[in-house]
Design a protein around this ligand. Structure first.
Ligand code: NDP
Ligand code: GDR
Length: 368
């Protein structure tokens, strides 16, 4: 049985159409923004996709629910979910052995920079040591099974460059400015070390900020577009933000997962910067997002010092010439279309919320 589910412009196939899968992928962080886009990409390339999800007291699979098929209803869904955690080495080893993947994408992380100052120990455990646990599980799997062709992708970050001025490329020195960024630097070097020490096909993607309507609601772009939607529809009037002068190289997440996949299709493992090569301040994002629906951000934004970070990353702008040349990758969605895409989706979401508020099912004060 084949199930074809439409999600925006994408048609996603997650069901047994009789054909054997092209490859088997294992994704950590499948329930996150990137995990959901990568799953769609791989399913459309006829992969069988296994995602590791962590236990939480509420369901955390909203971003992949549109792809999910209850295994009781079909013989063989092409996307399967399994409980595991990057803090639990035994679960990682067990699932790698059981699934026997061809490609592993390590996307799981406590990925919020500001929150990493509040929970540094946990952030390091998941982001740094968690990546090491996964690499070690892969190494053991290769030794015991002989499956040396398995490829590994590590989700690195432009935050690793920190205070080193732009443009930042693969040759730019790291100067991390948060527990999150320092942990990503450790994960980067673990990945390089496992490549050099054991010959594992392991790649670091050094991705600059990438956003989408599925972005977590406490990252600045989505926080802004959620507020724009809600203000436009009359559900809130103020938006509290921190530093508006930070500059980021913002791309579209759907474009960036393609670069991850391309890295693992090369003959040799390597590290790549992925970026639009265009940078904008938070204030510019505000101007575009509010302006798009005919609002002036200055009427709504209030600066709250709680959102300032102990150390800030002021200016990120990538040089992705290597990825463009070697992988043939380039971004398809530019800054303005990205802002519009996110605002359009969030205005629609606010309209749905308004119905719930008017019917008494939701509190209008509920903030993202
Ligand atoms: P998200 O925060 O949206 O997703 C993170 C994922 O990791 C979620 O699925 C989350 O599960 C999972 N996770 C968190 N902790 C654990 C744990 N202990 N064990 C297992 N899974 C866990 O991040 P993005 O999708 O935006 O980013 C993907 C990766 O890329 C991350 O590693 C991030 O640091 C990195 N990155 C992101 C960039 C961006 O701009 N988006 C840029 C550069 C790097 P749950 O859903 O349960 O919370
Ligand atoms: P970042 O993204 O830290 O770059 O990390 P975020 O959207 O959180 O911050 C971007 C910039 O906006 C400023 N800012 C605010 N940020 C948040 N979250 N909330 C606010 O209210 C606010 N006001 C101003 C921040 O100070 C910062 O300068 C993201 C994450 O996805 C990481 O996991 C990833 O590695 C990097 O991008 C690349």
């Amino acid at each position: 049985m084949t199930s074809s589910i439409t999600n925006g412009s994408q048609s996603i196939v997650n069901g047994d159409d009789g054909a054997p899968p092209a490859k088997i992928a294992l994704i950590t962080g499948i329930t996150g923004q990137d995990g959901s886009y990568l799953t769609e990409l791989l399913l459309n390339k006829n992969y069988e996709v296994h995602g590791l999800i962590r236990r939480s007291s509420n369901f955390n699979t909203q971003r992949v629910n549109h792809i999910y098929i209850d295994p009781h209803n079909v013989n063989k869904a092409r996307m399967k979910l399994h409980y595991a955690d990057l803090t639990d080495a035994s679960s990682l080893r067990r699932w790698i052995d059981t699934i026997a993947p061809d490609e592993i994408y390590n996307l799981a992380a406590q990925s919020h920079v500001a929150v990493s100052f509040e929970i540094p120990d946990y952030t390091a455990d998941v982001v740094a040591t968690g990546s090491l646990r996964l690499l070690e599980a892969l190494r053991s799997h290769i030794v015991s099974s002989g499956r040396s062709h398995v490829k590994y992708y590590q989700a690195g970050s432009s935050e690793m460059f920190g205070s080193t001025p732009p443009p930042q490329s693969e040759d730019t020195p790291f100067h991390p400015r948060s527990p999150y960024a320092a942990s990503k630097v450790a994960a980067h070097w673990y990945t390089v070390n496992y490549r050099e020490a054991y010959g594992i096909f392991a790649c670091n993607g050094i991705l600059f900020n990438h956003e989408s309507p599925r972005r977590g609601e406490n990252f600045v772009t989505r926080k802004i577009t959620r507020a724009v939607g809600r203000i436009k529809i009359g559900l809130q009037s103020k938006l509290y933000l921190g530093n508006l002068q930070a500059s980021r190289d913002w791309g579209f997440a759907g474009d960036y997962v393609e670069a991850m996949w391309l890295m693992l299709q090369q003959e040799k493992p390597d590290d790549y910067v992925v970026a639009t090569e265009e940078s904008h301040t938070v204030e510019e994002f505000l101007e575009k997002a509010f302006g798009y629906v005919g609002l002036n951000w200055k009427d709504h934004v209030v600066i709250d010092k709680r959102y300032f970070r102990p150390t800030e990353v002021d200016n990120l702008k990538g040089d992705s010439s290597k990825a463009r040349k070697v992988l043939g990758w380039k971004p398809k969605v530019g800054f303005e279309p990205l802002v519009k895409m996110m605002v359009d989706e969030d205005v629609e979401m606010a309209k749905r919320e308004k119905v719930l508020v008017d019917a008494g099912y939701m509190d209008a004060q509920q903030q993202p």
